[in-house]
Unconditional design. Structure first.
Length: 585
């Protein structure tokens, strides 16, 4: 083997690893969070979790990604340790799909079907299609599909270069001597674990073994221990991802490790015990890439069949290893591990944004209730909620900025921008809720009360505010643009209501019906309520602009408020004006 063969082998390995990374990341983007949402909800049954873990891993071609998701789910309190076991085992099965794809490089025969299935026949076609789609397509989805095809083509081409580069090894006695040593089960397992741990991909290490098998120097006796070790080595990614995480996240990684260690020990103990009595003659037979895929799949199926029913024992073992501490761990679903899976991370952001929005709306509605009936406990709850919403704003903002630096599609980038705008509006609404409680507190402490006319007007104003809150927040939570378009007409009516109530107060002040002190209180009240409607307008307008991919907020608001520019807008303004008309003075 010459230095040029060595360079070709290293170059082929580099292309292979890059192709796998490109294909996996493109597939993950193409899934758009669908697979991840399914995994997140697969908590009702271990068998369902197993199936979804298998399918998700086979599709995105990364058991490490699926396992890291499971670690993040448990760390964020989204699922329990017991519920994550099925996903982890399914990931081990799903990752064997890559070995079957790579086994196509070992196809032999001259028939038309065999020739068509050989990578040298179809990979160039896929590469041309992928490049055309990635470079010239205007649609983001087609660009991503092009990335998948390009990644697959690079992966298979790297495998081809690797296989060609290592063929001279077959004529080297030193290579045969080295490979023979791996037939020692312990050495074989350690070698497979170390190589896989270093490159952090069992699929890649299996691919390397498949490439070496084409030299004719790899026997069953050599391959079996190495494949067992590769399953252990793939646990390194999950173990690294749980550094600094909560105890349950660390336990999840330990379940993954124990599953593979116990499965390997059981399989090898059984296999070599039987060999001692039956003397398996095939151990010295040379195997090809397809046989490696068979061994890889068979081991993971057998280990799962044995250990899934006993998954509670794995959980107990993990809990015994990672002991409980008397420290309460804070659960936060936005795990930094998810940043390497942008579409999934964005799905988690949507869930947290929904919680923040709901808490913000509930807090404001509670504040309106304290205006009608003073309640000390509600006021304490409002202040506590506002503190919680501040934390949401800080953490979401930081996480979204981190996510925006990752490789993401344009649609996801626009949505991140929308969320960054909205978290400020949600937080400010909770601030105004606290301001309203201060008004309520002042009136209670000073024993102030509005006149009957002012009370009626404030009630009308509050009813209009409740409706605009519902319109804006329902539009956001349901991504309902029709609901969003109802916000701006009502916001214009609320502006008019504020001006009318202020004017009426001036009249009452002149007539001596109201006092200057109550006038200040009323002004604070109206200002905070009107600003809440402004933030509702921002939320609805941002949603509409993002979904329509037009981002000039000022132009949008000007266009919908044009006197003769939007008949629907004018009709809604009239409808709301009649609905929230103040009683005749």
């Amino acid at each position: 083997m010459t230095i040029f063969d060595l360079l070709s082998m290293v170059g082929g390995l580099s292309l292979f690893l890059y192709g796998m990374h490109l294909m996996s990341s493109s597939l993950e983007s193409m899934s758009g969070g669908v697979l991840e949402r399914a995994l997140e909800r697969s908590t009702s049954s271990k068998w369902k979790a197993l199936l979804l873990g298998t399918v998700a891993t086979a599709i995105i071609q990364s058991s490490s990604a699926t396992t890291v998701m499971a670690v993040g789910f448990v760390n964020g309190g989204i699922m329990t340790l017991n519920q994550a076991v099925g996903i982890i085992m399914g990931a081990n099965i799903g990752t064997t799909a890559t070995a079957w794809i790579l086994s196509l490089t070992g196809l032999q025969g001259s028939s038309l079907i065999v020739q068509l299935l050989k990578p040298t026949s179809f990979v160039p076609v896929l590469a041309v299609i992928g490049v055309i789609m990635a470079m010239f397509s205007k649609k983001q989805k087609k660009k991503i599909i092009g990335g998948v095809l390009c990644g697959f083509a690079v992966l298979m081409y790297g495998m081809h270069i690797m296989s060609s580069a290592v063929k001279p090894l077959a004529d080297m006695p030193e290579f045969v001597s080295i490979m023979t040593r791996f037939s020692n089960p312990i050495l074989g397992v350690l070698t497979g674990a170390v190589i896989t741990g270093v490159i952090q991909s069992s699929s890649a290490s299996v691919g390397i073994l498949q490439a070496l098998s084409l030299t004719g120097g790899v026997t069953y006796g050599i391959a079996i221990p190495i494949i067992m070790g590769q399953n252990i080595g793939t646990c390194v990614t999950a173990l690294l991802s749980c550094i600094g995480a909560g105890k349950n996240a660390r336990r999840t990684a330990m379940v993954h490790l124990y599953f593979n260690i116990i499965g390997t020990v059981f399989f090898l103990a059984l296999f070599y015990t039987l060999n001692a009595f039956m003397r398996f003659t095939f151990l010295d037979d040379v195997l090809d890439p397809a046989h490696i895929a068979i061994i890889h799949t068979s081991f993971n199926l057998m280990a799962t069949a044995i250990l899934l029913p006993a998954s509670n024992l794995l959980v107990r073992l993990a809990k015994f290893t990672i002991r409980d501490k008397q420290v309460k761990e804070e659960k936060w679903p936005l795990d930094e591990r998810f940043l390497d899976l942008p579409s999934f991370a964005l799905e988690q952001v949507r869930n947290v944004m929904a919680r923040m929005a709901t808490l913000s709306r509930d807090t404001l509605l509670m504040a309106l209730e304290t205006l009608e009936k003073y309640d000390e406990k509600k006021i304490e709850q409002i202040v506590a909620n506002e503190d919680e919403i501040d934390k949401y704003e800080d953490r979401l903002g930081t996480y979204l900025v981190q996510l925006s630096t990752r490789q993401i599609v344009e649609k996801d980038s626009n949505e991140i921008g929308m969320f960054l705008h909205m978290i400020g509006d949600f937080e400010r609404i909770s601030d105004h809720a606290v301001n309203l409680t201060e008004v309520s507190q002042e009136m209670h402490d000073k024993k102030l009360s509005f006149s009957e006319a002012a009370t009626t007007e404030i009630r009308v104003f509050s009813d209009a505010l409740r409706e605009i809150l519902d319109n804006a927040f329902d539009a956001f939570l349901k991504e309902d643009l029709e609901e969003a378009r109802l916000v701006e007409p009502l916001e214009e009516v609320i502006d008019a209501l504020q001006a009318e109530i202020r004017a009426r107060h001036v009249v009452r002040l002149r007539e001596g019906v109201c006092t200057i002190e109550l006038g200040f209180v009323l002004s604070d009240l109206l200002t905070n309520m009107e600003r809440v409607s402004d933030h509702c307008s921002n939320i609805a307008a941002t949603l509409i602009q993002t979904k329509n991919e037009t981002f000039d907020m000022h132009s949008y608001l000007q266009s919908v408020k044009a006197a003769d520019g939007d008949e629907a807008f004018t009709a809604h303004v009239k409808e709301y004006s009649e609905k929230y008309a103040l009683p005749t003075a």
